[in-house]
Design a protein. Structure first.
Lengths: 108, 113
């Protein structure tokens, strides 16, 4: 079975401060990990995926197989980063399993 | 990117009636589409995976006779909630698979009264 855990439901940081959204996963094979973001009143959209190793909107995430983690980080948070963030895992069947989400609020 | 459109965005129906939700991939062909359900302040729960031209694969605990999924073409999948009850009220989201990336529809808010 595959499972994704996001321990923080809510996270608030001040503008300019670093932010880290935690994600841990459980999967017996080689998973593909994603971060999705949902801005207010918008649909869910892909932020980044671990295989591309890109930095999107200043966010990065490194897959740590030893710790089974895929934490999302940004060195300097911006107010427009306020949104709901979901970590997701795709196994062999290509189905996405989502974590419970973290609501990030960046304070001015 | 790619665009997936859901219709309707919201619907209110009477208990006992059936409701159909459409999910269309507008600019790509989606051989696989996913249907999710999201309760308030909770995560997305996968209900079923639909593959064009074949039967949908339902997740454990999802009643296939209640949530009928049809994926008759490469650009359209439909979810029909049959004999709806108030507990079926939820937010339903579909996603189309393009090159192993999922593109989501805007969701459908179903309220059963």
């Amino acid at each position: 079975a595959q499972r994704v855990t996001q321990p923080e439901k809510l996270l608030s940081v001040f503008k300019g401060a670093p932010v880290e959204l935690k994600c841990n996963y459980s999967y017996s094979g080689s998973p593909e990990l994603f971060w999705y973001v949902q801005y207010s009143r918008q649909r869910l959209q892909l932020l980044l995926r671990h295989i591309s190793r890109e930095s999107i909107k200043g966010f990065t995430a490194d897959l740590n197989k030893g710790e089974t983690s895929f934490h999302l980080k940004k060195p300097f948070a911006q107010e427009e980063d306020s949104a709901m963030y979901y970590c997701a895992l795709s196994g062999s069947a290509r189905q996405l399993t989502f974590g419970s989400g973290t609501q990030l609020t960046v304070l001015p | 990117g790619a665009v997936v459109s859901q219709h309707p965005s919201w619907v209110i129906c009477k208990s006992g009636t059936s409701v159909k939700i459409e999910c269309r991939s507008l600019d790509f062909q989606a051989t696989t589409m996913f249907w999710y359900r999201q309760f308030p302040k909770q995560s997305l729960m996968l209900m079923a995976t639909s593959n064009e031209g074949s039967k949908a694969t339902y997740e454990q605990g999802v009643e296939k006779d209640k949530f009928l999924i049809n994926h008759a073409s490469l650009t359209l999948s439909t979810l029909t909630v049959t004999s709806a009850h108030p507990e079926d009220s939820s937010f339903y989201i579909c996603a189309g698979d393009k090159n192993t990336e999922a593109f989501f529809g805007q969701g459908t808010r179903l309220t059963v009264v």
